[in-house]
Design a protein around this ligand. Structure first.
Ligand SMILES: Nc1ncnc2c1ncn2[C@@H]1O[C@H](COP(=O)(O)OP(=O)(O)OP(=O)(O)O)[C@@H](O)[C@H]1O
Ligand SMILES: O=C(O)[C@@H](O)C(=O)CO
Length: 424
């Protein structure tokens, strides 16, 4: 297998978002959980998305895991590697976007790296280096209240400069609009000045197509699904990949009980849970009892098991920004996040033991904890539930399962019902 494109994603929902985009753009794609073991039988594909859980861990660890993934991908022929980050640039001044980018850039001998989290289909656009989430700048969006990495600055040139050892430049929209040659010239100018990375503006998919053409000539890029779209279209339009059509995996029906787990506290997920209450039983975990060891997983399982035969259930830890802040003040941010993630993983593991084969998880960190616990080595992309959220078919796992890993902010108000309708 010689890969046309290698990808390293810093969380599992982001990886499935990217795998979905690449599949829809005609690339045969597999999502792996971590660097695949040598004995994992992978289908013949154009792109591999290696999913890491490296967004919110210590920067040194994120760097070493990303380098190992990069080496594996390059060893399978990937001339270009995309480091997939969140479309809302989730990170802190300690990292991990800057440190990982610096390390991969040094390993690959790249001049200036193109960086953009733009993903217009989901309302993420970048103008003059400022990230907009829908109609508002990042620092006015709900991301200002994110439980792990509140985003208080929408100027990504500044944000990335605080995390990176290199200087950060800007390729503005006027340049992108002039086309690929103008972008090439600007990038060469920045590299000539010793600037190692540039935020590049993008508002429409056509901007990402221009960016993809230039990025594909380099060894490394950094961004969200939008630049993935640009790269995939460039690989197809330049004949490097023969389009497989936009077909995903269809697979056979899995059936059996279904469950939803929500650990995301995003505004979108809170609304989706509120709407789900009208159509399925919902159990709200008590986060304080989780952290103080009050048997919350067992209580949730006792609640869920008798209901599973009648239809899907939803179990949520999600809370409003005020409640999250109060809990973190009592127990510490990392301790609270970790304890809740592990409780979600305990619940998922036991639900699967009780026969659940269709599982929807909301939240990137939450999905990481759940998928790790279930020891699923990889996924093929099925139908699209919402922008950035596909149905995933497990590969190489003991049990044939369908999952949907929903990024916190993605999906419409009826997301859980829509996902269940498509996961047969
Ligand atoms: N009630 C709560 N109070 C505090 N923290 C919580 C609560 N419920 C969940 N959490 C933690 O908040 C974090 C949510 O992160 P997660 O990545 O799962 O969701 P997200 O950030 O909305 O999704 P994404 O990364 O896909 O955008 C997790 O660490 C989770 O354990
Ligand atoms: O890019 C996004 O917004 C998502 O794929 C994601 O990474 C959220 O965790």
């Amino acid at each position: 297998m010689t890969l046309a494109l290698g990808c390293i994603a810093d969380d599992y929902t982001g990886a499935s978002d990217l795998a979905n985009t690449l599949t829809r753009a005609g690339l045969r794609t597999v999502q792996t959980i971590g660097v695949p073991a040598d004995d994992l039988a992978l289908p013949e594909v154009d792109a591999v998305v290696v999913s890491l859980k490296s967004r919110s861990i210590e920067a040194g660890l994120a760097v070493s895991r990303s380098r190992a993934a990069d080496q594996w991908l390059r060893g399978r022929g990937a001339g270009h590697v995309l480091f997939k980050i969140c479309s809302t640039f989730d990170s802190t001044d300690a990292g991990n976007i800057g440190p990982v980018m610096d390390a991969l850039r040094a390993d690959g001998g790249e001049g200036a790296v193109l960086v953009t989290p733009a993903f217009p289909e989901t309302g993420r656009t970048v103008y003059q280096g400022n990230l907009f989430v829908g109609a508002v700048p990042l620092n006015e969006s709900p991301l200002k209240d994110h439980p792990l990495n509140p985003m208080h600055d929408s100027n990504l040139v500044r944000v990335l400069a605080r995390q990176s050892r290199t200087q950060i430049g800007l390729v503005d929209l006027a340049t992108v609009t002039r086309g690929a040659d103008a972008v090439r010239a600007r990038l060469a100018e920045l590299a000539g000045k010793g600037i190692g990375a540039a935020i590049i503006d993008a508002v429409f998919d056509r901007d990402l197509e221009t960016i993809g053409l230039v990025a594909a000539e380099h060894r490394l890029s950094v961004g969200a699904s939008g630049i993935g779209l640009g790269l995939a279209r460039a690989l197809v339009s330049t004949g490097k990949v023969k389009s497989a059509g936009a077909k995903g995996e269809t697979g056979t029906a899995v059936g059996g009980p279904a469950a939803c787990l929500a650990g995301s506290c995003s505004q979108a997920t809170l609304q989706q849970i509120a709407n789900a209450e009208r159509v399925m039983p919902v159990h709200h975990l008590d986060p304080d009892r989780i952290i103080t060891g009050g048997g919350e997983a067992q209580r949730a399982l006792d609640w869920a098991r008798p209901r599973l035969a009648e239809g899907p259930v939803l179990i949520a830890s999600s809370a409003t920004p005020d409640q999250v802040a109060a809990l973190q003040a009592r127990h510490g941010r990392d301790a609270a996040g970790h304890a809740i993630e592990q409780t979600m993983a305990d619940i998922a593991e036991n639900l699967v033991k009780s026969g659940v084969r269709r599982l929807i998880v909301a939240g990137g960190e939450t999905s990481g904890a759940v998928v790790d616990r279930l020891k699923i080595p990889g996924f093929l992309v099925g139908v699209e539930i919402a922008a950035g959220v596909p149905v995933l078919h497990s590969v190489g796992a003991q049990e044939n399962m369908l999952l949907a890993l929903k990024s916190g902010n993605f999906g419409g108000a009826e997301f859980f019902s829509e996902a269940l309708r498509l996961m047969r």
